[in-house]
Design a protein around this ligand. Structure first.
Ligand code: NPG
Length: 369
């Protein structure tokens, strides 16, 4: 396929409520969208990088700059998702930026081929069970109200964000109030190995997993922690590639893996991680990074692959946004439907996009890579 150019567009979407994690509080989502355009069609991508480098080292303004200066040449000449991925491999790191480019290229490629995202990746289901991530709150009663509301909406799994000082009490309160629901926690690297005895106090609550308790680079620490607690350890931030997943699994550091395409450089690598984990019998689930309907469509399709045996952070649009930029994803009996149309199967509402656009630029693809 031939591509003429790439449009970078920044939008700001208000969140329905502040979302607090151990790495900060988000009030709005500042999103970088990409649109590749060629003579035969277009494709959309969404960059998951946040406004600041607090979840990982990338941030949205940096990602835009990397795309502009270093990734754009990968789109020269005859290109598809695999050639773009290979050419972008020259650039070290910057996986969120690469993932956004690859998403737009793959969307264009699949729209032209009339193939759906899920069909391309190997989805085997037409709907996926939805979990919800619940941020750190000011008080336990406030948390219980929030969880109550999500369960009433039909969410099939609750994930509580935790940090030192907000862990045992919220977990105990949610277990006591709601009983045997599917419950897990996410620490976003907020602990150290010296907290092992404290984290072992979560064991009696029968959690599905504890996600990323230790720093991103600390694979050995997670393996050691796994010997000291009985709650299964799931890695998120640490899993930056299929190789990292294979290493973490063989070292005993990951009993479960959260797959976020943005974190690993795109949907092709995400599928490789799925395959590595499946080969080891390690369950995976789809993470989320407050995506708009574009990113959500791709994540929901990914979550329909056979190795995704746990509900993901694939929530309905209204969990985060009063108005999404695509037709909203809605919960039906605790599930989201996998889009079936060509490419992502959803398209942004261009009028609404104009209203929330803060910056827009057109980049012509150079003649040679
Ligand atoms: O459902 O989209 C969602 C968000 C789920 O908690 C969630 N994401 O650490 O996994 C995470 C967290 C996150 C949010 C990470 C924003 C990075 C940015």
């Amino acid at each position: 396929m031939k591509l003429d150019g790439l449009e970078l567009r920044r939008i700001t979407l208000p969140l329905t409520a502040p979302f607090r994690t151990s790495f900060g509080t988000e009030h709005t989502r500042d999103v970088l969208l990409l649109r590749v355009q060629g003579p035969d069609g277009e494709g959309w991508g969404e960059c998951v990088a946040m406004a600041g480098p607090y979840y990982s080292s990338e941030h949205v303004t940096g990602a835009a700059e990397v795309i502009r200066r270093f990734l754009l040449p990968a789109l020269a000449g005859d290109v598809d998702a695999h050639t773009a991925e290979q050419r972008m491999g020259r650039v070290r790191g910057h996986r969120m930026a690469k993932s956004a480019v690859l998403m737009a290229v793959l969307d264009a490629q699949l729209r032209m081929a009339g193939m759906s995202w899920g069909g391309y990746l190997g989805a085997t289901r037409d709907r996926v069970p939805a979990g919800v991530s619940v941020g750190i709150m000011d008080s336990v009663p406030q948390l219980l109200d929030a969880v109550d509301g999500y369960l009433a909406e039909g969410y099939l799994r609750i994930k509580l964000k935790i940090e030192p000082g907000w862990d045992l009490a919220p977990v105990a309160a949610v277990r006591e109030r709601f009983g045997d629901i599917a419950l897990q926690v996410d620490a976003n690297t907020a602990y150290s190995l010296s907290d092992a005895r404290h984290l072992a106090r979560l064991d009696p609550f029968g959690l599905l997993l504890i996600e990323q308790p230790l720093p991103e680079e600390d694979i050995r620490g997670h393996a050691e922690l796994a010997r000291r607690i009985s709650t299964p350890i799931c890695l998120d931030e640490s899993i930056v590639s299929a190789r990292a997943a294979a290493d973490a699994i063989s070292l005993g550091a990951a009993a479960v893996v959260n797959i976020k395409p943005g974190r690993v450089g795109g949907y092709l690598e995400a599928r490789r991680i799925h395959d590595v984990c499946a080969a080891h019998g390690v369950p995976v689930w789809a993470g989320g990074m407050l995506e708009t309907g574009l990113g959500r469509a791709a994540n929901v399709a990914l979550a329909a692959l056979p190795g995704f045996t746990l509900p993901g952070d694939t929530s309905a649009s209204r969990r985060y946004y009063a108005r999404d930029i695509t037709d909203p994803f809605t919960l039906d009996d605790g599930h989201l439907a996998v889009p079936t149309g060509p490419g992502l199967g959803v398209s942004p509402d261009l009028d609404f996009l104009e209203q929330i656009t803060t910056h827009r630029e057109w980049l012509a693809v150079p003649a040679t890579a």
